[in-house]
Design a protein around this ligand. Structure first.
Ligand SMILES: NC(=O)c1ccc[n+]([C@@H]2O[C@H](COP(=O)([O-])OP(=O)(O)OC[C@H]3O[C@@H](n4cnc5c(N)ncnc54)[C@H](O)[C@@H]3O)[C@@H](O)[C@H]2O)c1
Length: 308
């Protein structure tokens, strides 16, 4: 595998791409950047890499950078193994660069930010990227809950910014929420839909609002299911079966809650309650379980038992 470090600045090489720097077919940017190569960032880098882009991942320190490289390369190897791409690992590795220097973003046409979900960190990171990008370049955040409009207000070119909400694990998920801010340009909105398609996934386009589309609906159903357990209407098993067998829900809202983590769901519910109102108030049963440390699969018990 290549160990090359991305040079500080590479003048635009548009060979094989159109005038705007898109890959042949005009669907994906040729040069993509990702800030933060953790669980999501590595998955995002992998998605662009296996679809032909030149990908730069910037991390906070050398150890994290090497770990990020390992995650992306091992995901690429798995994709090749299971036939999800007919690419060659060495060729893919030659298009992957991992550094710790924001200046390396200079020649990127699109950068997706995927640092931890912390407002101040996101704002500082997005500003740091934006000041290095050309005026024409696009910037996206993979935030799962922060306001895209709020983040856009912290930037100089809000028209070039939007949310690209990838799902975990990225290689297995076929959904990306394209979250449009009030000032996102129509060009960027249209381009983002093409990118998602070129990544082999489906775009759900949503105007920025708390919980976007996925969390808001997913959490609403889960909270109602919890209230039904609380009221003794049916067992967790039967409620989930009603949704799985009756409505083709893949796992049931309560089992999904166990997998996501009850503490994570409580945090989201509290946020949605504060922004969208009392219909998202967390049920007492959720608070009680979190207080007892019954956080779902990760602790062995939630609405179901998860033997080790
Ligand atoms: N994990 C999920 O299920 C999931 C799903 C959808 C969206 N998200 C969102 O994706 C984002 C990232 O989440 P994650 O689960 O990948 O987190 P993670 O902790 O796995 O990864 C974050 C990465 O960012 C790096 N980082 C931290 N500060 C940095 C800095 N200043 N500069 C560069 N890199 C830095 C860390 O070293 C780490 O590798 C969050 O906004 C999260 O809400 C997460």
């Amino acid at each position: 595998m290549s160990n090359s470090v991305h040079p500080a600045y590479v003048p635009a090489d548009l060979s094989g791409s159109d005038a705007a720097g898109n890959l042949p077919g005009g669907t994906l940017p040729t040069r993509v950047g990702v800030l933060g190569g953790g669980r999501m960032g590595a998955g995002i880098a992998h998605a662009f890499l296996i679809n032909g882009a030149d990908v730069l991942v910037v991390e906070r320190d050398e150890a994290s950078a090497e770990a990020a490289r390992g995650r992306v390369e091992s995901a690429a190897a798995k994709s090749i193994e299971r036939g999800a791409t007919d690419g060659n690992l060495d060729e893919m590795a030659s298009r992957l660069s991992v550094t710790v220097d924001y200046d390396d973003f200079k020649d990127r046409q699109l950068v997706v930010e995927a640092v931890p979900e912390d407002w101040d960190l996101k704002v500082a990171s997005l500003r740091g990227i934006e000041e290095r990008l050309s005026e024409a370049a696009y910037l996206a955040s993979n935030t799962s809950s922060l306001s895209v409009n709020g983040l856009a207000r912290e930037l100089k070119r809000p028209e070039n910014f939007l949310g690209l909400h990838f799902f975990n694990p990225v290689p297995a998920s076929t959904l990306i929420e394209v979250v449009l801010g009030e000032q996102t340009s129509s060009d960027l909105a249209a381009a983002a839909k093409r990118w998602v398609e070129a990544l082999g996934k489906t775009a759900v386009v949503v105007n920025d609002a708390p919980g976007f589309a996925s969390s808001r609906l997913g959490v609403a159903i889960a909270l109602e299911a919890m209230r039904m357990v609380e009221e003794g209407i049916a067992s967790a098993e039967d409620i989930d079966n009603a949704m799985v067998l009756g409505y083709k829900h893949p796992t049931g809202p309560l089992r999904t809650t166990d997998i996501v983590g009850l503490d994570v769901r409580l945090g989201i519910a509290e946020y949605l309650q504060s922004t969208l109102g009392e219909r998202f108030a967390p049920p007492q049963i959720l608070r009680d379980k979190v207080a007892r440390g019954e956080l779902g699969r990760k602790t062995g018990k939630g609405f179901f038992d998860w033997p080790a």
